[in-house]
Every structure is written in C-alpha cells, then in structure tokens.
Design a binder for this molecule. Structure first.
Ligand SMILES: C[S@@+](CC[C@H](N)C(=O)[O-])C[C@H]1O[C@@H](n2cnc3c(N)ncnc32)[C@H](O)[C@@H]1O
Length: 414
C-alpha cells in the first residue's frame, strides 16, 4: 500500500475514477488457494508467452546470440498481445477482487521475464515513488529511435524492450510529444517579437516537447517560460538543456499544480497579464473529477483572454490499458471527449485531437476572457457542467489550429 500512498500524496489527488487494482499482491504469502477458472486462463495465456521466451533463451545462449531474429520478435509479439486480449476479456467479466487475483497471477508469471528490461522494471517499480516520473518519460521518448537490438543485452531483454516499445500508450506519448512541440513551435514562429510569448508548462517533467523546438535562434528574446513540477530533479534537468539565452528569464516553480496560482503570482511580484499558452501534457488522467476540474479551472484562469490551454488525457479506447493496469500497476482515469469537455469551465471553446491509435486525447481550449468563471477558488466545483456552451471543434485539422493561433495573436497584439 505504501506505493499507492506516495502516488496519491504526490499527485495531490484521490484518483476516484482510477481502475487499476491496488498493489496488494506485492507480497504474496500464505498457502496458495486453488486458482479459479479465470485465473487458470490468465496463467495459461501468460505461460504461453513465458514459454516462448524460455525457448528462445535456451536456443540463443549456446549460440552466444543476443540479437533476436525477426521471427522471434513476431512470435513473442503474437504471444504477448494474445495474452493481453485474454486478460482484457477476463477483466471485463469478473468482479474486482477476481480482477486483482488475475492481475497478480499475470504478474507472477510474466514479471520474471519482463522486469529484466529496464523499461518494464522502471515503470513497475517507480523509483521516484510514483508512476510516470520524468526519467521514465525520457526513456520512453528515447525508445522511438531505438531498434531494441543491443548486443550487450541478453536476447530476452531485447525482446522485452521490443514488447514495451509496441505498447500503444508508449507510441501515443511519442505522438503527444510532437503534438505539443508543434503547438509551442507554431506560437514561437508566429510571434513578431513585440513582446515574448509567455508559456506555462504544468507538471513539466523534462518538457521534451519544449526542448524539441527551442534553440538559440527560436528562443532568442521570443519566449518567457515557466515550468512547474514538484520534482526538483525534473526542474534541474530542464536547466541542464535550456539554451543559455532563455535561462535567465525562465521561472522554475517547484510545487504541486494544486498551488499553481499562488506560485505564479508570488513569482510575478506584481499584476500578472496571463500566459499565451498553458499546457499540461500528462497530469489530467492522474486526477479524479474534482481535482481535474480544479486543474482546468486554474489553467484557463492563468491564460490571458484569447490565450490557449492544452491538456491530454488517455481515453477508454487505449488498447494498452490492461498492460498498464495489470502488468505495471500504473493507474489512470480514462476519459471520453465528453468527460474531458466537462472538466473545462463553460464559456471557452474547445477542440479535440487524438493520437493515431485513438487512445490519447488532446484538448485545445481557446480562452474566452468574458467567460463566466467562478469568483472564488472554492466555487470551481460548482460550475454547472450541464449548461450549454459555445463549442468550436478544432479537430485534428492543423490549418484550423493555426487559424486559432493567428486570430488569438492578432487580438492580443502579439
Ligand atoms: C509523466 S510526467 C510528464 C512529464 C512531461 N510533461 C512530459 O510530457 O514528458 C508527469 C510529471 O508530473 C509531475 N507531478 C506529479 N505530481 C504532480 C502534481 N501534484 N502537480 C504537478 N506536477 C506533478 C511529476 O513530477 C512528473 O514530472
């Protein structure tokens, strides 16, 4: 239970909608009960994958071979995804205690193989004390160009890396990185340098999407960045890559998103005109409805009228949800577009985009300065979620997103 407690403390929330089983199986003790039929099915499906890995290991060792063949990759991938589909079907038809037992059985069979890979073990063990620390994310980004054929790793470790790389949510994060980089890049490219564009990155981690578009030239006098994260190591990491010509004007706020408004205003030390762009790539799906609504309320309040707010949230369509729930104990709150829209205070326009597999939603909100907003912090929860609101569906059409940018910039005299 200790892990779960740390998770909740760090994210500052109770993920009411989170579906993953509590990590009760971290110590399995006492006499083993006879497995139920669903658990037997789980053990069979997981056992097929473990068996395939064992056979490959036995064949490769005497040949001193560490690089998997294409056929071995395909065999292991088939067995893995067959097992995952089986887990999903079982997860749908059994109650929660049985889900927890089945998930524990899957881990018991597969972890001895999967956790030999740094990617699987880091995601499961959570060395910063919670899921999705910035180092884990940095490794995920690094995987995009990694063929998982390291001759200094055993063949089964290369295969486990290869499986991790095939997980839909991992791929969706690569897409998310580009999506935000494009958003930030477009804002920088169209700024006419009358004043720097002000960007706030909440739960920034290493802010890879910003790093992708910032260099001495793009950053030169054009941008004023604020990063917020409760992990000082993440902020130190950003300092390590930030171009020297923006470092001096950059604000680093070490704290929780819960306190973002106070932290921003304290640092501004005077009237604050609002950010042109407020982003949070990877926070919303760790928050239950109340905390997530508070987050969106604060984000829209910190943006200037006509500014933009962007957040992402994994959706129920994420085909790798069971991998995270069962094998990694990486709980999230999966939301449909309607549920994400309901988090946004009414009066603002919102459009949605998705990762190519459909499992990760990106919401882009155009902030309406005259939107009726709650007056006090404590009022945010009472925002009517059912009131009709104007909607601009921006969709995945890049041209329309650009159009929104230009209009917003013209209005603000940027
Ligand atoms: C999964 S990482 C995302 C990093 C980065 N935004 C990205 O997309 O690569 C999530 C980040 O949220 C931070 N975090 C955890 N709890 C938080 C909280 N209550 N408020 C703000 N950030 C939080 C973590 O320290 C971590 O750096």
């Amino acid at each position: 239970m200790a892990w779960r407690r740390i998770d909740v403390e760090l994210w500052g929330c109770n993920p009411e909608g989170a579906t993953a089983a509590a990590p009760a199986d971290r110590k399995v003790s006492g006499p083993r009960a006879r497995p139920s039929p669903p658990e037997m099915c789980v053990r069979l499906a997981a056992g097929r994958l473990a068996g395939a890995l064992r056979m490959i290991d036995l064949r490769a060792r005497p040949a001193e071979r560490t690089i998997p063949t294409a056929e071995e990759c395909a065999t292991v991938s088939r067995a893995f995804w067959h097992a995952v589909r089986e887990f999903e079907a079982i997860d749908r038809r059994v109650d929660r205690p049985e889900q927890a037992r089945c998930a524990a059985a899957a881990r018991e069979v597969l972890h001895p193989w999967l956790l030999r890979s740094d990617h699987w073990s880091r995601s499961y063990l959570k060395p910063h004390g919670y899921a999705g620390d910035f180092r884990t994310l940095e490794r995920i980004y690094g995987l995009e160009r990694d063929p998982c054929c390291d001759p200094t790793k055993p063949v089964v470790v290369n295969l486990a890396d290869h499986l991790y790389r095939s997980v839909h949510s991992v791929r969706a994060m690569w897409h998310r990185r580009r999506w935000y980089a494009q958003l930030v890049g477009e804002l920088l490219a169209t700024s006419n340098a009358r004043r720097p564009v002000r960007i706030l990155d909440l739960a920034s981690g290493g802010s890879r999407h910003t790093r992708d578009v910032l260099n001495d030239e793009t950053a030169d006098g054009r941008v004023e960045l604020t990063f917020l994260d409760p992990d000082p190591a993440a902020l130190a990491f950003i300092r390590s890559w930030l171009p020297s010509n923006v470092r001096a004007g950059t604000r680093f706020l070490c704290g929780s998103a819960r306190d973002v408004r106070k932290l921003v205003l304290d640092h501004a030390g005077g009237p604050f005109p609002g950010f042109d762009l407020v982003i949070s790539t990877d926070l919303c799906h760790y928050l239950g409805p109340l905390a997530a609504r508070k987050l969106l309320f604060e984000m829209t309040r910190l943006a200037r009228p006509g500014g933009l707010v962007a957040v992402s949230n994994f959706a129920p369509e994420d085909e790798s949800r069971i991998v995270k729930d069962w094998l990694l104990q990486w709980p999230m709150v999966y939301r449909q577009t309607s549920a994400v829209r309901d988090l946004i205070p009414h009066g603002h326009s919102v459009g949605f985009d998705r990762s190519p597999d459909g499992g990760l939603l990106h919401a882009l909100v155009s902030v309406n300065g005259s939107a009726s907003a709650p007056r006090r912090d404590s009022d945010w929860a009472s925002v009517s979620q059912h009131a009709p609101r104007p909607l601009t569906i921006i969709n995945s059409d890049r041209e329309r997103i650009r159009h929104t940018w230009r209009r917003s910039q013209k209005e603000s005299g940027l």
